[in-house]
Unconditional design. Structure first.
Length: 289
């Protein structure tokens, strides 16, 4: 018989006895801890914890477990979430005309390397509708012309929100979706949307960043996956990585290396989020790897 498994995440003001009280609660309710991680941030004075456990006591129901922990959470002023470890988060992918991140995520999903459900792919272009069809995932073309008025942008974003609601989306991934989201949509997606960008080229904004980097003779290129906020490319960072390059490489080579780094960094961030390993700590994140 397979026992139910849960992932508990929590944060609160740091205080003595948090681990003792949480682990004691789980023991009293017939739970077995499979994996546990915690971190106390001296700067913010917050404590963060992630516990993966099984419910081995048949006499304890899911409803009772949640209701009893709610009492502990209230007493300790915890910000907590308790999730079924066997439920795969539902992810919506968004893309424009550059498809390497989309293709990589779909391959990992199909291979079982990314434990998610993907009920929808959204794009403002038609370039990848055949790729979506090859994975039997509905493709939603929501065009938005360059220089479109604000009303058109908000109408398009209302369709995005509608799809999120209809498919009960847990996470939106901007897999090189090249549109700036409105502050309203960013607020709606707070803590539930991840973006990828070329992080270690901060001086090279706009079109063709790798060509600009090549012109300047950079020695490191990289990528950052971060939460989406209304401050463009300034959301809390989840993952970063770099690759060393040199003078012998042309702009196309740098771009190819950069695409590989972007794929790996985004995939890590999405996987960690869907495994409930990422907790926000103000403008930063705590990532229990």
């Amino acid at each position: 018989m397979t026992h139910p498994e849960y992932i508990l995440t929590l944060s609160c003001l740091d205080q003595r006895g948090i681990v003792h009280r949480v682990s004691g609660f789980l023991a009293e309710h017939g739970c077995n801890i499979i994996d546990s991680a915690q971190f106390g941030d001296a700067e913010s004075r917050l404590f963060f914890m992630r516990v993966h456990f099984s419910l081995d006591e048949p006499g304890v129901s899911d409803a009772q477990l949640r209701a009893d922990f709610a009492q502990l959470g209230e007493a300790m002023q915890l910000d907590w979430k308790l999730r079924d470890a066997h439920v795969k988060p539902r992810v919506m992918l968004m893309v424009s005309k550059i498809g390497h991140c989309l293709n990589d995520l779909l391959f990992r999903y199909k291979s079982g390397l990314l434990p998610v459900e993907i009920p929808a792919i959204v794009s403002n272009h038609m370039d990848f509708y055949q790729l979506a069809a090859s994975y039997n995932i509905p493709f939603h073309h929501l065009p938005l012309a360059a220089g479109a008025p604000e009303e058109a942008k908000l109408a398009q974003e209302s369709r995005i929100i509608e799809l999120m609601d209809n498919h009960q989306i847990d996470l939106v991934v901007l897999a090189r979706y090249m549109q700036i989201l409105s502050p309203q949509l960013c607020a709606r997606l707070k803590g539930k949307a991840i973006n990828i960008h070329h992080s270690f080229l901060p001086s090279f904004k706009g079109a063709k960043p790798y060509a600009q980097a090549h012109h300047r003779g950079v020695k490191l290129i990289g990528a950052t996956a971060h939460f989406v906020t209304s401050d463009l490319d300034e959301g809390p960072i989840i993952e970063q990585d770099v690759e060393r390059v040199d003078h012998s490489m042309d702009a196309d080579t740098l771009s190819a290396i950069g695409r590989d780094v972007e794929c790996v960094v985004l995939a890590r961030a999405v996987k960690w989020f869907t495994e409930h390993r990422v907790l926000q700590n103000g403008a930063k994140t705590v990532v229990f790897k």
